[in-house]
Write a protein that binds this ligand. Structure first.
Ligand code: LRH
Ligand code: MN
Ligand code: MN
Length: 386
């Protein structure tokens, strides 16, 4: 097995995008909890994201969600982010909170509603121009609740047409990333329910269209790492939305309930070339922190991704290939598990210190006074309204 020393340089380029919405108040459909210190403005969300980066060195970009993060002046917002030490990352569209979209957005049967949804995406593209963001990420709440309610077939056709209209406006260095989700808010059918549908739709668009894999968007027992391998093989894995799923789309801290799954995913990422600095795969978090403090929740998350990346990099791939080639079933499995069971935490602490970062970002944050300051300064935080 490679030593930590041998893989440690590969950790240097790791970059994880954090979502602006992780810093806002959130909850479930039963209750949105308020919490002290919650950002009141987009700028305050960016400041919190920048704190995560300062303590970990892992989170140089923050993804925005429009209209949640709508501002008058995006050039000024970009400059503000740079002052804080971070960049604006992916722009996420939102066609799931407007009454007009009750029966769909890009797939809607009414051309006027479809146009409105397309125009929203064109506005997102303008925001990308102003912020230097390269990815437009589209997740659609479109679907139906009852058999017979909607014509699933023609909705696919309308989706293809709407996406093509948006795609036509992309600049050369911009991408459209389509995110799938098995269900919710629609409970009978969803218009982009799985990676196959997302793949078919993006392949029809062209080279700049990719698939986003949100780890929480699958049926129980889905082999998510297989999907990672397949999308990388086809050159269509655009990004991850990382989170932890136990029951459905739980949006909890990535790697918390099933660290082994995160390891398996990162192994396939490395195996498929998705971890290379120029791979084009964006590693994003898509999480909410309903009951825990948000900034430590984000710090824990990026550390979990780093930890499982380090373990995945430590798989002895030569020994693995040899065992596989020899048909040595349990030998191959053991090689794989050896890396998973390797505790890299002390090595990672030393790696951080050698790069001027705190050995324990969690402890350093707790001792920094940042949480106390924002709790004292920010009164009346914003509330997400899902
Ligand atoms: C949908 C989703 C999508 C949205 C985000 C808030 O469940 O994963 O990525 O943009 O949640
Ligand atoms: Mn998502
Ligand atoms: Mn989701």
């Amino acid at each position: 097995m490679p030593t930590f020393e041998q893989i440690s340089q590969q950790l240097d380029h790791q970059a994880i995008e954090v979502p602006s919405w992780a810093y806002g108040n959130s909850g479930t459909r039963f209750k949105v909890f308020g919490s002290a210190g919650t950002p009141r403005t987009v700028q305050e969300k960016i400041a919190d994201a920048a704190a995560v980066h300062r303590f970990t060195g892992l989170a140089p970009k923050v993804a925005l969600h429009i209209p949640w993060d709508k501002v008058e002046d995006y050039a000024a917002l970009t400059a503000y982010a740079a002052e804080q030490g971070v960049q604006i990352g992916t722009i996420n569209s939102n066609t799931f909170q407007d009454d007009d979209y009750k029966l769909g957005g890009l797939t809607h049967h009414d051309p006027a509603i479809r146009r409105k949804a397309i125009d929203h995406h064109l506005e997102c593209l303008q925001i990308m121009d102003a912020t230097g963001s390269q990815d437009l990420k589209i997740w659609l709440a479109d679907g139906s609740n009852y058999p017979g309610q909607a014509d699933m077939r023609s909705r696919q056709d309308r989706l293809a047409e709407s996406l093509a209209t948006i795609y036509a406006e992309l600049k050369d260095d911009q991408r459209l990333v389509l995110e799938y989700k098995i269900f919710e808010p629609a409970f009978y059918h969803t218009d982009v329910p799985d990676w196959g549908t997302a793949l078919v739709q993006v392949q029809a668009l062209g080279e700049k269209a990719m698939v986003c894999l949100d780890t929480g968007h699958h049926a129980p027992s889905t082999n998510v790492e297989f999907i990672v391998a397949q999308l990388l093989r086809l050159g269509r894995l655009g990004s991850f939305d990382f989170n932890s799923r136990f029951y459905a789309d739980d949006d909890l801290i990535v790697g918390s309930a099933d660290p082994f799954q995160l390891f398996r995913i990162m192994f396939e990422v490395v195996r498929g070339g998705g971890y290379a600095a120029d791979s084009g795969v964006a590693f994003m978090l898509d999480q909410c922190h309903n009951v825990e403090k948000k900034i430590p929740g984000q710090i824990r998350s990026v550390l979990n991704v780093q930890e499982m990346t380090a373990r995945a990099l430590m798989v002895d791939t030569e020994a693995l290939a040899a065992a596989q080639q020899a048909g040595d079933v349990l030998g191959a499995h053991e090689v794989f598990m050896d890396a998973f069971y390797t505790d890299v935490r002390p090595d990672l602490a030393a790696w951080r210190e050698s790069r001027g970062l705190p050995a324990s970002p969690m402890r350093a944050y707790a001792e920094s006074g940042y949480q106390e300051t924002i709790e004292a300064d920010r009164v009346g935080g914003t509330q997400l309204s899902w």
